[in-house]
Design a protein around this ligand. Structure first.
Ligand code: UDP
Ligand code: MG
Length: 323
């Protein structure tokens, strides 16, 4: 039987302080997996792999317990909190060794779990990557909606190839995950990197629910970091814009010189205090912004050149390693 028809599916779930959400989510995932196996859509060797991202609550203990009870549950335990993107990467890379395709989904199951059937159908048709895209953002708060649309708008403006409202809910073949592993970048932004790889891909639309248990683990600063990584990893336009701004300012200052010479000649010159002060502040401000942009990219170069491991795994419960 070809593995496309009945693949071994690995569902990867990143978890950071999710002890409140996990009991319900684990149960729903277990049902869904049994359902997929029963329908003959995936192999009975399919599994759920939880990627514990250095949680500080009872998540690790809870995962340990359910992984020993449920033959379809596995886990990796990361040494420390490395963030959603790296927790996903760790989970996908580990899962890819034991399955034909992976689907990643958040631990709060805000994404509609039923869409997995559509993901698998696209996989059977031969797509190696299937993106989940939100139908709408009605479940998100006003603030999240605004920041998300500002982010995607800015990304498109800066020339990055990224699907609006795509989520980290997607299917990837094990081969696609292996080639993702060859991209060794330390500043990981999966939503930009995966389309960049260029695998044949399809899109599945799904509904987003509100988070039922626990609080969002995406603090404002984590969101900013993600947006920032997304922009600086996929566009060097901000760097180029510095040059453009410089040229515009130079032209502007020529006009200012002309203006002051003319006012001097016709004898209408003012003490010029206001213009001087404004110019100083404006030039100073623009310089600082430009230095900030340069600094941001240099910071990225710095973190890339260190070649640090992107995550480290402390413990695992994996296929073949359960007693
Ligand atoms: N998450 C993680 N590491 C972190 C932050 C979040 O693994 O440092 C996981 C979290 O457990 C969840 C997913 O990333 O499975 C998405 O987080 P959340 O639902 O809190 O984000 P939101 O839906 O509010 O964007
Ligand atoms: Mg969520």
């Amino acid at each position: 039987m070809s593995t496309k028809e009945k693949p071994i599916l690995g569902i990867v779930v990143p978890c950071y302080n999710e002890e409140e959400a996990l009991p319900d989510s684990a149960e729903a995932l277990d049902h869904k997996l049994s359902d997929l196996i029963e329908k003959g859509l995936v192999s009975e060797k399919s599994f759920v792999l939880f990627s514990n991202d250095g949680s500080k609550d009872g998540t690790a203990a809870y995962l340990n317990q359910i992984c020993h009870k449920n033959p379809h549950f596995y886990m990796i335990d990361l040494l420390k909190n490395v963030g959603h993107q790296y927790a996903l990467l760790a989970g996908m890379q580990t899962a890819a060794e034991f399955c034909d395709c992976v689907i990643t989904i958040d631990a709060d199951l805000q994404q509609d779990i039923e869409a997995m059937d559509d993901f698998l159908e696209a996989y059977r048709k031969g797509y190696e990557v299937v993106y989940g895209v939100r139908n709408d953002r009605s479940a998100d708060g006003f603030f999240k909606k605004m920041t998300a649309s500002a982010f995607y708008g800015l990304m498109h403006l800066l020339g990055a190839d990224i699907k609006s409202n795509s989520a980290d809910y997607r299917l990837m073949s094990a081969d696609a995950v292996r080639s993702l592993s060859e991209y060794g970048e330390s500043n990981l932004f999966l939503r930009g990197l995966i389309p960049y790889m260029g695998y044949p891909s399809d899109t599945v639309y799904f509904d987003v629910k509100e988070r039922q248990k626990g609080k969002s683990k995406y603090t404002f600063s984590k969101m900013l970091t993600l947006a920032f990584d997304g922009i600086t990893s996929f566009s060097d336009r901000p760097l180029k814009m510095i040059g453009t701004v410089g040229i515009l300012m130079f032209i502007f200052s020529l006009g200012m010189i002309l203006h002051s010479v003319i006012t001097y000649i016709i004898g209408a010159n003012q003490p010029g205090y206001t213009t001087t002060v404004i110019s100083i502040w404006m030039v100073g401000g623009l310089l600082m912004i430009s230095m900030g942009v340069l600094g941001a990219y240099i910071g990225k170069i710095y973190s890339e050149t260190k070649h640090r491991p992107r995550y480290q795994i402390k413990n695992t419960i994996l296929p073949g390693k359960k007693e």
